[in-house]
Every structure is written in C-alpha cells, then in structure tokens.
Design a protein around this ligand. Sequence first.
Ligand SMILES: [Zn+2]
Length: 440
Amino acid sequence: MTQLPITLPASGAYTLANLRLHRSHLDKTGGFAFDSEGFALAYVSISDSAITSIHPATDTTNMPDPIDCRGAIAFPAFVDCHTHIDKGHIWARKPNPDGSFPGALTAVGEDREANWSAHDVERRMEFSLQCAYAHGTKALRTHLDSVPPQEDISWPVFETIRERWKGRIELQAACLFGIDQAQDEAWFNRLADTVARHRGILGAVTYMVPDLDALLDRMFTKAIALELDLDFHADETDDVNAVSLDRIADAALRHGYEGKILVGHCCSLARQPDDKVKATLDKAARAGLSVVSLPMCNMYLQDRRADATTPRWRGVTLLHEMADRGINTCVASDNTRDPFYAYGDLDVLEVYRESTRILHFDHPVGAWPATVAANPAQAMGLADAGILKPGASADLILFRGRSLTELLSRPESRRTLIRAGKLIDATVPDYQDLDDLMEP
Ligand SMILES: [Zn+2]
C-alpha cells in the first residue's frame, strides 16, 4: 500500500490510481461512479508534464507505473481570483484598531503613505506568493492599490514579480481606487494607460456616489478602448441602498461590453428585499457577470459592532441564487494579515472549508468545488487551469481526506503538490522573514 506523500518515478510517466476526483473538476464525466457528494474513483495517467488520460477503469495492466493513492481526494491546483498581496502581512506594524471597515481603510491608507516603497511591496508580495504556492495555488489575481503615487510604485514591482513567478503562479493584477477618484479624468486616463501597459485589469471600488453611472460609463468606455477586462469591489456593506452590482450590470448591458467582468463582495444584496434581489440577479446573469464572494473577510468586517455586541449576519452574498441563474460564482482569499482581515495565508483549501461552513456548500455539494478551480479560471480567462483533462498540465493537489468530511475536518497541511507532473517541495515562509519590515 502506498502512503501519501507519494514518490514519483524519475521517468515522468506514471498513473495515479484510486484517486478520488470531483465531477465539477472534470471535463468529461461519462463512465464514472460518482457518490452522493460528486466524487468518483479515477485513474490519472501522466506523462512528462501533462495529463494523458483520466478514466474510471480498474484494469491497470496498460497503465504506466500505477501508484495506489488509496482513495485520496485530488483537486486541480487552485485558482485564487481575488487577493491583495500588496497589502498583505502589514498587520504587525499596522493593525486594525477596532476591526471595523473604516478602521481598515484608515490604517491601510496611513501604512501605504508611510511604508509602501518598491522594496517593501516586493518583499511582502514575494512572501504572499510563497504561501500561495505552498498551499497549491497556480493562478492568482491581486488588486493593487493605485492611489497616487502608489500606482507608479506598485505596478512596476508587480511586473517584475509576475516574470519571476512565471511557471509557478500565473499572476494577474487589477488597479484599485475609489470610483469617485475617476472624476479626475486626466488622472484616470493615465492610470488606465499604466494598467494597459502592464497587461492588467481595470478595477475600482464602487460607492453609491451621485455620479456613479457616469463614472462607470467612463470605466467601461476606457476598458473597451484599451481592450481591458474589468474587476469591481461592490457593495461591501450592510447598507440596503448599496446597489452598485445592479448599476454595473446596467453599464455592461448599456455598453454591450464583451470583456470579462468580475464583481467582488456584493454583501448588501443579502439584506435587500426578494423582488429587488431577483431583478438584480436576472440582470447580472444577462450581463454575463462573474461574482466572487470573500467569506472570511466578510465575516471579519461585516456586522462588526461598535458596542461590542454579537454579530447577527455572515456578510456573504447570495451565491446559491446566483448559481441557480447560471452566474459564474467563485470564492477567494481576499486580504491576508492586514487591517481588512487579521488572518489568512492564501490557502484556498481554507477558503473552501470556510465557504462550505458559511455559505453551505454542502448537502448537496453540487458543483461548488468549481468555485476554487474552473469558475475563477473562467473569470480570469485562463485556458489551462481549474479542469483536469487530457492534454492539460498535470497540476494537482492530493489530500489525505477521502470524503468531504475527511477533507474539511483537518487543515490538510501535509498535502501533496504535483506541478507539471512533478512533486514540488514547497513550504510556507517563516513569519520572521518579514520582521525587518515591521519596525515602526
Ligand atoms: Zn478585496
């Protein structure tokens, strides 16, 4: 019997036998005997760096070097479509004074002005990516605070880091600023050019400012002109009057926009009346929006009470209702160890575990495992991520758990990572590595 972690033959040609795969991670599901959670035993043959076949057969006579994985669950390498690695890990020098959203905004703004040199941003980004890689992530989108003068510091750093991480983590970046800042059209045009030059995504935080529609028009017009995808932080609040998801959908339809739009948070939707919710979601589906929920960050910031009473709601958006309408739904890490979220390590399995608990990704499991794989890959426009299929790069994460309860009950910190057909020995960096940046 083979124990995990496994060893792989030097030839690079082998078969992972008795692996348990989820139907939402496969492009072809015929012939597999799926259990009630959607998992089935499979045999995955790999040659050089690619998957050559995936099948349910139990006859291994023609398979190269079968390795018995004893029913362990495997996921495709993770896709984390909403993070902030430019903010990550500043907690030690700049905590959130009260755990509130305004507290986070103020603290990050002060720290950015005081400390975010190219060196500081690069070191912390590097640390974050080492964490993400060690947990099994192969593609990641970060937002980059692009409030002057930070855009001129962070975007060149990002470009350097994207090159350095090529082949390990495919990186994307979206600019981030409060949408009211786009009232300064000259500045906005310059930022959009910077984003386009670095092959980024045009992003902003929407607020219910009086000229929201005009500012969205400005962003959509620019995105169409420069052929940029769009990414919004929307309605990260319990205020029922925050309806920017609806306004973004309107703008997408108004402009006949054909690029990809990813909208994050949409918390206030869960507080709105059913008829309003239904109308907004029908429109979002028509507009082809993808939505990413950030459950850990929402739990931390939403319904935080100044009088120290107990939070009464979870803060997450209506992913079930969205998925029912065919809206592409994702979950992601969001912030890590910064004033917006004091915890986290860019571990997408943790995101999935917490999502299962907070958003009820169970009974039935349905297609929810795709929210950390195929769905974010689609939102990010990645062809070779999130789906296990012949011809795809052999990028898998093997866990010890053989069922959902085994998978999600332990941290699975000794998971086995296969990238391009080879075992990788990646470990998370020591917190001490950043100590010299944390001096006040
Ligand atoms: Zn965010």
